[in-house]
Design a protein around this ligand. Sequence first.
Ligand code: BGC
Length: 764
Amino acid sequence: MRNIRHNRQRRLPHFLLSSLLCSILCSLSAHAKPSDKVIEAKVNALLNKMTLAEKIGQMNQVNYALTEDQALAAIKSGQAGAILNPTGVGEDTDLKKINALQRLALEHSPSKIPLLFARDVIHGFKTIFPIPLGLAATFNPLLVEQGARIAAQEARAAGVHITFAPMLDIARDARWGRIAESFGEDPYLVSQMGIAMIHGFQTNDLSAVDSLGATAKHFFGYGATEGGRDYNSTNIPPGQLRNVYLPPFKAAVENGVVSVMTSFNENDGIPATANRYALQEILRKQWGFRGFVVSDWNATGELIVHGYVQNRKQAAERAINAGIDMEMFTGSFLENLPTLISEGKVSLQTVNDRVRNILRIKYKMGLFDHPFFDEQTAREAFLKPDSLTSARQTAEQSVVMLKNDRQTLPLKSINTLAIIGPLADKPHEQIGTWSWDGDETAVITPLAAFRQEKTLTVLYQPGLEYSRDKSTDAFAKTIEAVKQADAAVVFLGEEAILSGEAHSLANLNLVGAQSELLAAVKKTGKPVVLVVMAGRPLTIERDLPNADAVLYSFHPGTMGGPALRDLILGKANPSGKLPVTFVRQVGQIPLYYNHNNTGRPAPAEEQLDTLDTIPVGATQTSLGNTSYYLDAGRDPLFPFGYGLSYSNFAYGELQLSSNQIHLQDTLTAKVKVTNSSNIDGTEVVQLYLRDPVSSRVRPVKELKAFKRVPLKAGETQTVSFTLTSKDLAFYNGDDHFTAEPGEFQIWVGGDSQHGPQANFRLVP
Ligand code: BGC
């Protein structure tokens, strides 16, 4: 939505503004930003000088960590265009190594083209922010942009040029471990978060010395992997592809992302890494992408395993002809392109086009002007106080309060607090998945944070050593500690390694003896606060009765401890909202709020037959049958967009600027939101839309806008959103994006299930 981009300009925090300003001024003082024309001329001039071998070399992304000697030889001979994972980036010795590699390329390779150093900087570099699913839960693109800016400054200071983020896969299956790396199930939210991250990494000036190139991954459909099993097949039909899976990538391209990574999956029989239609027709022709396409780790080699090609030679042929510019790790281009070209299976024109895409970005990023970084000062960029403050604020806003019976939270009048659970004091787990450079020594755990409270006596008993621990041996002493306390806060969830790539699960209950531990703590009769730290939505329905209050914290990063402590003690007020639907049982998956309507939608939950109500011996009938589970009903445990606050928010009537608009008009939706409590808080006001009758069945609701609205105790604000026909449009044909005239329904509320509704008509 336009408002959000607009607001971003107005509300950039002071220190972010000054760092943006600095990056602009610093880069200006070093060099003026060259125009696209100048860059194109430079690219072509260089290309004309290069031998075929060197061109092929530019397309080769070498994995440094596994093949140091080979990497050095490849760099020297001009057979490496990019280096993946220069080992342990961030350590003193390795920083020197990165510059040494660059020197090797610039002094010894034939055309002296600077190397591009690539690394997965996913949710922070040294200062770790919440995992992306947690970032999405903030519904705060400004903070996401700020976090990405900090990550960019830290990573560029350590010699990294490009990151493999943001991951823009729509994730609707919590079994898939990589849901942790996603921004959740909704195309609009994922797009907004992706845009914010790209702006944070790249800024408006790619050539700035602290600008980090972003990669939109994984193109395309990877999140729809069958059964949530990583790397599996997907079967996304064209309409769903255009309306659900592609929009975040289109938004990334429109916002200048420098690179796109293809995914591992095959969709309907065509592996994404060899999908010519997606890469050439959609990405290049329809969207006008001018950066480079990189294949995921060995995705070209895996074309053989898929059974799509015979051998590495054919893999290289299919991948380059489909549109891969840079091959990550496999080396099949290097090995086979000379022969493929001499056999006429790959044209020189294709090679030139691919290399142009890579060189263009190297020039745009200013690598020819400033190929080195300052090893001496690099560490000064790490873990700055402002960065930690930002990480803390983000962690605070990423926490979603799911339950708060009898206002258990915030904890008041507590002298002695029992801190329980295997995740209360685990820096490594708190950081979460995909964080190779995160500094665990900088992590403040919840236990450490509570111990900073002078007025509190903290009794710590983990109860279990780690989340999968099944031993109940320590339960007795744990319960003793709880009995001596005024309340217990129990930190359960998942170790970091249980989510992320290749870590899919079929059972999403709390692992080990964690549920038993919680139940035992509850039996003491003391107030129990459950904090779940996890990489995915777990099925916690069975645990809810054993907690008076529940905070869900997707692995919250370096400053998760202070953020959670402040929320629990009421120094901060929860404002996070769920970026994914929480299911009751794994068998309900996939369950997402923005589904299409069936011809037989289920009535209210109370009216449904269940396993317990169907009479024994009942005769088969289809009368009144609807779409739901006899044993799990129709509803999720918690809907998308849900999240409680210590404040109460009341919504007034939804008022529209008109009940009829034309295609070129805008529509303003206004609603009064009141904080009817005596506590200041922030509500994430969400706008949903439905096109009830159209040429293609449309979702029952779609998020189209949201705003974080801070409201003082007792305060009322009128929140308004402006929609254009673009917000009403969808792909009703392969590349035909249009708003169809007719009736529309609109809701504004605090989650995807509640809020006042109004209708309007779109007329041609
Ligand atoms: C992942 C990518 C990642 C790459 C490089 C692959 O296994 O799928 O997301 O960027 O490795 O580390």
